[in-house]
Design a protein around this ligand. Structure first.
Ligand code: DAO
Length: 294
C-alpha cells in the first residue's frame, strides 16, 4: 500500500536539486528540476509556523526541543529546507538555469513548487525567443489529501503504473498557481493578450467546443492597456477553491473568473499533454508521484 510521506521525516533523504555554485545565498539551488523536497517545504512551513507559535510558551519545552531539532535538520538536510527560517520567514529559491530567474520554493501560506520550465516562442516563424520562465505551485495539504484519498489503497505496482497525476491536478479542485516571470524585455500588453488568445483559445476549443469566445474575451480583457510588462514582471494565474481563476500582475489582482473550463485550459498549457515545456511537465509528474511512498 502507498502512503503519504511525512513532511518532517529525517530518515530518508529526498532527491536534491543541483547545488548552486554561483549563488550568493547558501539556500538557493540552481536547477531546471525541482525536488519534491521543495514541495514538502510548503507543508512544513505551515506546521513550522504552528510549532513556532507554541514554542514561545515556556510551558511547552518539548515543542521547543522539537523545533530546535527541525531547524537544525533543515540546515543539514536539504538546501531547499535550509532557509526555512522561522526568524525571518524566508524560504529557499530554485533558479531556472537558462534565464537565471529565481522561484521561491513556497508562495502564499502553503503552495509548494512542483516544477519550473521555460516558455519559448517563435517570432515571425524565425527566431525562438525565451519569453518567460514559469513555476507551477500547488497547495500542499490539498494535494496530499487528494492523492492519499485516491491512491492510498493502491498496491505498489498499481501505483507505479499510474500516469495520471498531472491530470488529477488539472481536473480537481486543488489550489494551484502558475507563476510566469517575464524574461523578454520588449513585451507589449497587446502581445500578451494575443498570445493568451491563441494558447488559451486553442485549449478552450479543445475542451469546451467553439462557443467560448466570451469567456476568452473576459479573460484576455483583464490585461488592460495601462499595464506595463517589462522584464522581471510576474504574472500569477491561480486556481482558487471552487475553480476560480485569479490573475495577478506583480502582486496586484487584476481579475477573477469562476470557470472550471478556463482553469483547466490554463493548467493544460503547463502540465497537460502538449505542454510548453515537456521536461517541466515530467518533473512535476515525478514530484507528485514522489509525495507518495510505500
Ligand atoms: C513576442 C512574443 C510574445 C509572447 C507573449 C507571451 C506572454 C504571456 C502569454 C502567456 C500564454 C502563452 O505562453 O501562450
Amino acid at each position: 500500500m502507498v502512503s503519504l510521506r511525512f513532511p518532517f521525516s529525517f530518515s530518508q533523504s529526498p532527491k536534491l536539486p543541483n547545488s548552486n555554485s554561483n549563488s550568493n545565498s547558501n539556500s538557493t539551488s540552481t536547477s531546471r528540476r525541482v525536488s519534491s523536497a521543495a514541495f514538502v517545504a510548503a507543508s512544513a512551513a505551515a506546521s513550522a509556523a504552528a510549532v513556532a507559535a507554541v514554542s514561545l510558551d515556556p510551558k511547552h519545552p518539548f515543542l521547543q526541543k522539537a523545533l530546535n531539532c527541525l531547524v537544525f535538520s533543515n540546515h543539514t538536510f536539504s538546501p531547499l529546507w535550509g532557509s526555512l527560517s522561522l526568524a525571518d520567514n524566508s524560504y529557499s529559491t530554485v533558479v531556472e538555469s537558462k534565464t537565471g530567474v529565481e522561484f521561491p520554493s513556497v508562495i502564499g501560506d502553503s503552495r509548494g513548487l512542483l516544477g519550473i520550465g521555460l516558455r519559448k516562442k517563435s517570432v515571425l516563424g524565425l527566431k525562438n525567443i525565451d519569453v518567460y520562465a514559469f513555476g507551477v505551485y500547488a497547495d500542499g495539504n490539498g494535494v496530499k489529501e487528494f492523492l492519499s484519498k485516491k491512491y492510498g489503497k493502491l498496491s505498489d505496482s498499481e501505483f507505479k503504473a499510474n500516469k495520471k497525476f498531472n491530470e488529477d491536478l488539472i481536473e480537481n479542485d486543488i489550489c494551484v498557481t502558475v507563476r510566469l516571470q517575464i524574461v523578454y524585455g520588449r513585451l507589449s500588453i497587446r502581445s500578451v493578450r494575443s498570445a493568451f488568445e491563441e494558447s488559451v483559445g486553442s485549449r478552450l476549443q479543445k475542451f469546451g467546443g467553439s462557443d467560448n469566445k466570451e469567456l476568452l474575451q473576459r479573460f484576455t480583457s483583464q490585461f488592460k492597456d495601462e499595464y506595463k510588462i517589462p522584464r522581471g514582471s510576474v504574472i500569477d494565474l491561480s486556481r482558487e477553491r471552487g475553480h476560480v481563476l485569479c490573475t495577478r500582475i506583480d502582486g496586484k489582482e487584476v481579475g477573477s473568473i469562476q470557470s472550471k473550463l478556463l482553469c483547466r485550459s490554463i493548467l493544460d498549457l503547463y502540465i497537460g499533454q502538449d505542454s510548453f515545456d515537456r521536461q517541466a511537465k515530467e518533473d512535476i509528474e515525478q514530484n507528485l508521484a514522489s509525495l507518495l511512498q510505500k
